[in-house]
Write a protein that binds this ligand. Structure first.
Ligand SMILES: [Zn+2]
Length: 485
């Protein structure tokens, strides 16, 4: 039985259209999911939407729509983005309507019951973060992530979760990498947050403040679960935690590895709150939290108010799915904030896709199609070792979530192929052995680029017909990436 691998993206709020930052997260997680599958892992990959946030309610009010309708319509856009990006998720969870999620969030609440208590509380709440802020976190009296939003003074009786009890345990787990936070800079951030002292956090709000929207607290109909408490449980609920399903046993409790892919703004929830909730409930912890940076525009965070939001769907329509996936994984640093510009996307398209992969596939397949059936008992040693080398470099990069380097390593093999073909000049020599070797190289390149550009990889693979392990015929591959006008 093959080993099980669980991977998730975060579930975004649906108050606005999906932006390119979420497309980045989808592309990164999908790269890893496809890579793991190609290495024989049995993968469960989940993405979805966080429907129960207060800011979704406010956005619905602004749009003049009932919350259910607004949220569900918005969720469709996220689902559609995943489809347009050719994301290979096994499940899409919508937290306001998925019965497995609602049941699971309530079960987790009960399972963590020994750490949940009621108290009177007053504090400043950021609706943007859906989080209470302490004085020391404020910058000029405002939320660092949402300086243009007013904080809301809240004072009411809420349920609290005893996060303070898990301080020592969490520190140990993160320090020892049993709960691995990638990159190291985020790990250190989490450790210093723990060292500053963990305070119990509120896990519910009054029905009035939640406007009646969200998942009820079990056995207390005056309270709604704090949106993060319910949202975080989506990961296990996608596997039907509530009913201890076989899927949950296989892909969570007994998984070889569990990875969450998230943006830097929510690392505390995933590296601290979520593991503490699981510890309390006696559920296995994730292994790795991979934290990516933000996609910025002219070094500024994208925001509706700045009017600089990039719509990934427009880019997909203009450049194609593979091109957007390629740019996001190769040219956006997986750990740091990275600037996006359409100009750079167009340049990368031309240089690496049209003139790179597309041109190489076209040259090799044209030669091979003209040559007819090709046979050889042995592949050129240099080609074999270059392929081996690329595989090792990719494996090493993926193991550290250095996705950009993994993609670059695959493209280095294409550069090698370009050099090889120029040196051997098979269009003059008509040397069938050389052409055979180039087809083997192209076939391997297709498998290595498949996690990034699955459509192009499919087209290459289906043009190469292996009649036997040493006999091939090839169909000409038409322009995979037509040159831009
Ligand atoms: Zn905020």
């Amino acid at each position: 039985m093959s080993e099980k691998f669980f991977i998730s993206t975060a579930i975004p709020y649906v108050n606005a259209k999906p932006h390119i930052g979420f497309a980045l997260e989808l592309a990164q997680a999908d790269f890893i999911a496809r890579y793991k599958r190609s290495h024989g892992k049995d993968v469960f990959f989940v993405t979805g939407t966080d429907d129960n946030a207060l800011k979704n309610v406010q956005a619905a009010e602004d749009a003049g729509l009932p919350v259910e309708k607004f949220v569900h319509d918005q969720a469709k856009r996220f689902k559609e983005l995943a489809e347009k990006l050719n994301i290979s998720n096994d499940y899409f969870i919508e937290t306001s309507i998925d019965p497995k999620h609602i049941e699971g969030a309530q079960k987790l609440w009960k399972a963590a019951g020994k750490d949940i208590y009621k108290k009177e509380y007053a504090g400043l709440y950021c609706v943007g973060c859906e989080e209470f802020k302490t004085e020391k976190e404020l910058v000029n009296g405002r939320c660092n992530e949402h300086p243009d939003r007013d904080l809301v003074k809240v004072s009411e009786e809420n349920y609290f979760f005893k996060l303070s009890s898990y301080e020592k345990k969490l520190k140990e787990l993160i320090k020892s990498d049993k709960l691995k936070i990638v990159p190291e800079s985020r790990k250190n951030e989490m450790l210093s947050f723990i060292e500053s002292g963990l305070e119990d956090f509120s896990v519910s709000r009054s029905v009035e403040r939640a406007r009646g929207w969200g998942i009820p607290v079990p056995e207390d109909d005056s309270q709604i679960q704090y949106v993060w408490f319910d949202a975080l449980s989506n990961y296990i609920n996608s596997l039907d935690y509530a009913n201890k399903s076989e899927k949950f046993e296989n892909y969570w409790e007994n998984a070889e590895e569990i990875v969450h892919v998230i943006g830097k703004g929510i690392s505390r929830f995933h590296a601290i709150y979520w593991p503490a909730m699981l510890l309390s409930a006696g559920v296995r912890l994730p292994d790795t939290v991979f934290v990516h940076g933000y996609v910025t525009i002219d070094n500024q965070k994208m925001s509706k108010s700045l009017g600089n939001v990039i719509d990934p769907v427009t880019l997909i329509e203009k450049y194609g799915t593979d091109a957007v996936r390629y740019f996001l994984t190769r040219h956006i640093n997986p750990f740091e904030d990275s600037d996006f510009s359409e100009e750079r996307l167009a340049e990368a398209y031309q240089a690496d896709l049209a003139n790179g992969l597309g041109n190489f596939a076209s040259r090799v397949s044209t030669l091979a199609a003209e040559a007819g059936e090709l046979t050889s008992s042995k592949v050129d040693g240099q080609i074999e070792s270059e392929i081996e080398n690329a595989r090792k470099n990719i494996e090493n990069a993926v193991s550290q979530f250095r996705i950009h380097e993994a993609v670059a390593a695959a493209w280095n093999l294409i550069h090698f192929g370009d050099g090889y073909i120029d040196k051997k000049k098979p269009w003059e020599s008509k040397d069938k052995k050389v052409i055979f070797d180039l087809v083997v190289l192209l076939d391997n390149i297709a498998s290595l680029v498949a996690p990034v550009v699955p459509n192009a990889a499919d087209k290459i693979t289906s043009a190469i017909n292996w009649k036997d392990k040493d006999r091939i015929s090839v169909k000409k591959i038409e322009a995979l990436f037509p040159r831009l006008e």
